[in-house]
Design a protein. Structure first.
Lengths: 59, 662
């Protein structure tokens, strides 16, 4: 994973935000594998929320 | 995953509550369960499978309830057999229990209910929470801790044919090594299909992007711009019209002012025109009167000049002897002769010579001219009388004609004098062409009316265009808002895709790395146990192959056992190693796993028993041996200093075994 910002045609991906998203997503994935509290649909919704929340955050 | 305990309750030979504690330390990691054949070693190993997955691989698989308990049941009694396992996985404590209740029927048979599983974990706050409620949820939760496909590897039953499965256990092994987290994340982010799954995170973000909203926003914007441009043109035109209307209104006012100011002169002009018309009429009348006068003179003036002579004529004729003889006026003698020649009178009477009628008519020849002139003289008198009368009439008509002529002349003179006076007045006034002004006024008023109509149309168009602009603006804002949302979703999609790419890349790299490491560990273990050198290969499905010169060997007996323990030992060792190598929160690989072995050495010779037990004690933090007392001596030599606890299975009778810690 590069530490520099990745830029595509339209959007700039913020690496800090991306890393935070990845950490949170993997943590909840691991946690759910262990506890199995959320269904796949709920997990997909939760991951979407994480991406939206982190993308909107200002650091 | 490390086992903490297993507890039986009226389960098969274990009557009442009986428990084995598996907790041990790093340096003493071996638990020993001693028991001879039929003392329940296999029951203990297989009870894990029953507890975790509900599978009964026991001899007499339906005999779950302890037989002694069953024998004491009366009709209508209910009893429950259960196994409860406590374990720790990823730092979380779990309790997995399976219960099966039985009812004694009135005909003396035991009626089993379906077994029920419960699985709970203790969260960071110390609260106990369920790992699911449905069978599938519980299965998934359990499978995440120890995959069902790998159960036989960790809970080894040596007296059975423990061939290493040839089916793919790749998924289970990947799960064991912690790759399932990445795999699950990959599935949730993108789906496992070739195309992005519509139900995945990326799929949902993709579906929320609607390109048509951008197109619609552009179209509405264009509508707005077009309407604004048109509005400008119409507004400009309206302003022009208003200016023109103003100008025409001014002109009309000016003309009206001119015409108002010119009204007296116009009256003079009108009077002059009227006089001119009257003059023409009077002159025509004068001409007619003169014509009548001349005509009358030509026709009737003879009487005027003759009458003065009639006195002398009458005097002379009156002196003549005029025998009237009753002549017929207007008829002369030749006319009588003609009647006689024809033989018929004018009245129709036949005139024949010698008849009275003939003679009566014949005598008029002598009293009519030319034989007699008295008739002519009488006619002369009549003529003169007539002329005298005509003379009087002529004088009267002559007088009238003359009067008419005079009247016309006087009238003409009066009109000409008045005209001369008007011309004099008009010569002093500022004469304008009022008719031209009137024409202009009509043209201007028509134009003004047209302009006002056009202005009304413009106002109507402006209202319509403003409505169009408002609607287009609202629509544009609506679609633009959606379009902005699209951009947001596109950004989220980009993030999801970036995460997926990283996860996928990490998964693929890690999977290859771990498989290579597993291959190396298994090879080392195999050769250590075997005391020789063999090629060992683990393929992409995690099947193990022992080869010589690149060709797979068909393994039998002891080599199969060595292969088996090498693979299982390698797997457990690698899982433990990668767990200890975790670095940071995203490192979620590996886990500690126990090895629970029943009669592991039944197919191994004495030398290999020692090496296998020694090697296995080094690869796992929890090694549970269920062995016969006769084998224990060989095992003990290799792992003596690592033994934590020893349990003895004491067979009370064929139906009851007691677990005792030694």
């Amino acid at each position: 994973m590069s530490n520099t910002n990745q830029t595509n045609e339209k959007f700039e991906i913020d690496t800090i935000k991306l890393n935070r998203m990845m950490m949170r997503i993997l943590r909840i994935e691991r946690n759910n594998i262990l506890t199995n509290t959320l269904s796949d649909t709920q997990m997909i919704d939760l991951i979407r929320q994480i991406i939206i929340e982190e993308a909107k955050k200002c650091y | 995953m490390l086992l903490k305990s297993i507890e039986f309750n009226d389960f098969r030979p274990f009557k009442g509550k009986q428990r084995i504690n598996f907790e041990c330390s790093d340096d003493k990691n071996v638990i020993v369960i001693l028991g001879n054949n039929t003392h329940g070693k296999s029951t203990i190993i297989l009870s894990f499978l029953w507890c975790f997955y509900g599978e009964s691989k026991f001899e007499r698989p339906l005999d779950i309830l302890n037989q002694t308990v069953e024998e004491h049941m009366k009709p209508g009694d209910r009893k429950t057999a259960s196994v409860k396992v406590e374990l720790e996985h990823e730092g979380i404590d779990y309790i997995i229990s399976r219960y099966q209740s039985f009812a004694m029927t009135y005909n003396g048979t035991l009626s089993p209910n379906e077994s029920v599983m419960k699985m709970t974990y203790t969260d960071e706050n110390g609260e106990t929470k369920p790992c699911g409620s449905t069978k599938k949820e519980l299965f998934d939760a359990m499978n995440a801790i120890i995959p069902k496909d790998l159960m036989p590897y960790f809970f080894f039953e040596g007296e059975k044919d423990n061939n290493i499965s040839t089916k793919s256990i790749g998924k289970a092994v990947r799960s064991l090594l912690g790759l399932d987290t990445l795999s699950k994340a990959r599935t949730h982010l993108r789906g496992d299909t070739q195309k992005v799954s519509t139900k995945s995170v990326m799929g949902v973000f993709e579906s929320l992007q609607n390109e048509t909203d951008n197109i619609k926003a552009s179209a509405e914007y264009q509508k707005k711009v077009d309407a604004e441009n048109k509005l400008k043109l119409v507004s400009d035109r309206k302003e022009e019209i208003e200016t023109q209307i103003e100008n025409y209104e001014k002109k009309i006012d000016e003309i009206n002012e001119i015409l108002r100011n010119n009204a007296p002169t116009r009256e003079l002009q009108k009077r002059r025109d009227s006089i001119d018309k009257d003059l023409k009429e009077e002159r025509r009348e004068l001409d007619n009167a003169i014509a009548r006068y001349i005509k009358n003179f030509n026709n009737n003036s003879i009487a005027l000049f003759s009458v003065p002579l009639f006195g002398k004529v009458k005097s002379m004729l009156s002196q003549m002897d005029l025998d009237d003889k009753s002549g017929i006026k207007g008829i002369e003698g030749p006319a009588i002769k003609e009647l006689l020649r024809r033989g018929e009178c004018l009245c129709g009477t036949e005139l024949k010579e010698g008849t009275i009628a003939y003679r009566t008519i014949e005598k008029y020849i002598n009293i009519l001219p030319p034989v007699n002139i008295s008739t002519s003289i009488r006619e002369m008198f009549d003529l003169m009388s007539q002329l005298e009368k005509n003379c009087v009439d002529y004088i009267n008509s002559f007088r009238n004609d003359y009067r008419d002529i005079q009247y016309c002349i006087n009238k003409i003179n009066d009109l000409e004098r008045e005209e001369a006076s008007l011309l004099f007045e008009l010569s002093k006034a500022n004469i304008i062409n009022a008719d031209q002004y009137e024409d202009d006024l009509r043209i201007y008023k028509k134009r003004l009316s047209d302009l006002r109509d056009e202005k009304d149309n413009c106002i109507s168009d402006i209202t319509t265009l403003n409505n169009t602009i408002d609607t287009a603006t609202n629509n544009y804002n609506m679609y633009k808002s959606k379009s902005e949302k699209n951009k947001e979703n596109q950004l989220y999609y980009e993030y999801a895709e970036a995460i997926y790419n990283w996860v996928n890349d990490s998964y693929n790299k890690k999977e290859v790395t771990l498989r290579t490491r597993l291959n190396n560990i298994v090879t080392e273990l195999f050769n250590n146990i075997y005391s020789g050198k063999r090629e060992v290969e683990i393929d992409s499905n995690y099947n193990i192959w022992v080869k010589v010169n690149g060709k797979p060997l068909a393994l039998t007996g002891g080599l199969k056992i060595i292969q088996y323990f090498s693979f299982v030992g390698g797997l457990v060792k690698l899982a433990g190693e990668v767990m200890n190598e975790r670095n940071g929160e995203t490192e979620i690989y590996g886990e500690e796993y126990p090895l629970v072995l029943d009669a592991a050495f039944s197919h191994a010779d004495e030398n290999h028993v020692e090496t296998i037990s020694k090697e296995l004690s080094t690869v796992t933090n929890q090694l549970v041996f269920a062995v016969m007392k006769k084998d224990w001596n060989y095992v003990e030599d290799g792992i003596k200093d690592k033994i934590c606890r020893v349990y003895n299975l004491n067979k009370v009778n064929e139906k009851e075994i007691i677990i005792e810690e030694v």
